[in-house]
Design a protein around this ligand. Structure first.
Ligand code: BMA
Length: 334
């Protein structure tokens, strides 16, 4: 069994209005020897924006902005910008986040050439009623009943946890997304291909796009994409979150799986146990109890730094040897 070594809390909330309730779930990316860090900052009343820090090394904050770098400006994100993820592809930072408008929570995209000034591109997932999604998804195959269980109380379809792969694969953009309870995979030549008709056709064939479903006890309720996949010679390393229900509520843990480099819809291996689970006070008790929610990594030599929201209130870091993690995964080949 291999576990993430806990390095402790990296970022706390402050008294600044935009982050006086908590900080969590950061998008992270290594640039040179620094790490750029875009985190979900929550203002009392559960209004989120994206805060920004720069780390001089993976565990040291060098600079922290005293106002959000991204905040609500449009109707589709009026109630908050949540859970960012970031990658850098061909000269551009792609930052995805969950845009909440009070009715639905759907993924949106912003891009930047310098990592500081972002241009918003709006929602990039389907904007449809849940009823329409259900009707499309049931056309060609029965729909797993958990889709109904976790979605039927929302009039609109919720689609969160959009996480881009950090490079194009055979010339195409790939990204993960999550309609509960599974992780689905999209690939397109151009992001402008993501039209309403694209999504209708996609949901007609939902089954073909599901790439990760709950398998083990710790992830039995649902799974969701976590950190941008890490490229290794043996495949794409996915650090994702798995959720299971207990009498005390849902427990969020960090999990690891390996997917094929050329065809990321193929699962190569998955660990049958979590590598990161709530154990410390600040993971067990928080704004939401029992949450470890990994959203970003940074690789320095063989050490993979994993950044995660803990208890939906603070941001913590964990480390693991990439080689050891991959070797462990390979011993659990599908
Ligand atoms: C998810 C998101 C995350 C949060 C997690 C655990 O649905 O809201 O921001 O960290 O739940 O509460």
């Amino acid at each position: 069994m291999i576990r993430i070594k806990k390095e402790g809390i990296l970022l706390h909330q402050t008294n600044l209005e935009f982050e006086n309730e908590g900080v969590l779930n950061p998008a992270t990316i290594r640039v040179g020897d620094k790490v750029l860090f875009y985190y979900r900052a929550v203002q009392k009343g559960n209004h989120s924006s994206i805060g920004f820090c720069k780390l001089s090394d993976p565990l040291t904050i060098e600079e922290r902005l005293n106002k959000p770098i991204l905040f609500p400006e449009h109707d589709y994100e009026a109630k908050g910008l949540e859970d960012p993820r970031v990658v850098y592809i061909d000269g551009l930072f792609y930052l995805t986040y969950t845009a909440y408008d009070g009715v639905s929570a759907c993924a949106a995209l912003a891009t930047s050439t310098d990592g500081l000034q972002f241009e918003k591109h709006g929602l990039i997932v389907a904007q449809m009623d849940y009823a329409e999604f259900k009707q499309l998804a049931e056309t060609n195959a029965p729909l797993d009943e958990k889709y109904i269980l976790y979605n039927n109380f929302n009039p609109r379809l919720w689609d969160k946890d959009v996480v881009f792969f950090p490079r194009k694969i055979n010339g195409r953009f790939y990204f993960l997304h999550r309609i509960k309870p599974h992780i689905q995979l999209v690939s397109v030549n151009n992001l402008s291909d993501l039209t309403a008709d694209f999504w209708k056709d996609y949901y007609l064939h939902l089954h073909d796009h599901i790439i990760l479903t709950p398998k083990y006890k710790h992830e039995m309720s649902y799974v969701g994409a976590g950190c941008p996949p890490v490229e290794t010679p043996h495949g794409w390393l996915f650090i994702y979150h798995g959720v299971h229900e207990t009498p005390e509520g849902y427990v969020y843990v960090g999990c690891a799986a390996l997917f094929d480099l050329d065809d990321p819809s193929k699962e190569i291996a998955r660990l049958p146990y979590p590598i990161l689970a709530p154990e410390r006070d600040w993971e067990i008790r928080g704004d939401v109890d029992n949450v470890c929610f990994p959203t970003g990594t940074a690789l320095f030599d063989d050490t993979l730094y994993i950044y995660y929201g803990a208890g939906d209130e603070v941001i913590a870091t964990g480390t693991i040897s990439l080689t050891e993690l991959i070797n462990e995964l390979l011993s659990y080949r599908a």
